[in-house]
Design a protein around this ligand. Sequence first.
Ligand code: PAF
Length: 286
Amino acid sequence: MTPKKKSIKVVRKTRELRQQVARWRGRRETIALVPTMGALHEGHLKLVAEARKKAKRTIVSIFVNPRQFAPHEDFDRYPRDEEADLAKLAKAGVDLVWSPAAAEMYPAGFATRIEVEGAARELETDFRPHFFGGVATVCCKLFSQVAPDVALFGEKDYQQLCVIRQMVRDLDLPLTIKGVATVREKDGLALSSRNAYLSEEERKIAPALYAALGKLAADVNAGGSITMLQAEASMGLLAAGFSKVDYVEVREAETLAPYDPAAKRKGRVLAAAWLGRTRLIDNRAL
Ligand code: PAF
């Protein structure tokens, strides 16, 4: 006999989501939310495992958010495989999957956008100016729809995590944000849904990104000029086979302001670089 597949509750309408959440709330059950765009990998499953430790109920949202992609970006080719995602989430013990259609999230006449500054300045914004407004808007909606006690985000998208924390603080949103350490392949490459785009050759070069961040962190800690070391790291990536480097930067870990070693605050090194048509980002603590 073939083992029966575990089924999972998938909700596509806000009304139904709210009814289920209200039933759980009525029983004083706590709720954790893991927002995703699907194409789930071990990194997402680690977020789910952490979520299950934090609350009685775990909700995972799957929504490829059109508002955080520019017209020339990869919205159309972004990997989607709902059946595989649902099987993984059922196995991981998720209570509910929130998977609205775009018209449910953004019905006709939708005309609001959250504007984020502070941690959203520079880095990703210099190259994807539309991005954090789209992320903040959808996350604000997800927080309002699900009303979780806690939401979990990967440190892989470190600037995103800082921007979400800032928005929750600034708008007094009643939930806690928890960052979860990046899951990596054995060779250091951070897990990402976009790794699926890499050719065999590009995949071999990709771990050089994390290695470059490690070298930069060590060199900064040893006390070199930050501007020079950033430029050196960038040249190193090109020499390793990356086709273009958007940025390699050392920043304050919380505010993402330029890093000042004299201030003795926590630092973070962050980078974005291209391998052919694929843009990879990564970061690590100083
Ligand atoms: O990190 C992501 O997958 C997305 O930016 C998020 C947070 C789910 C918002 O669409």
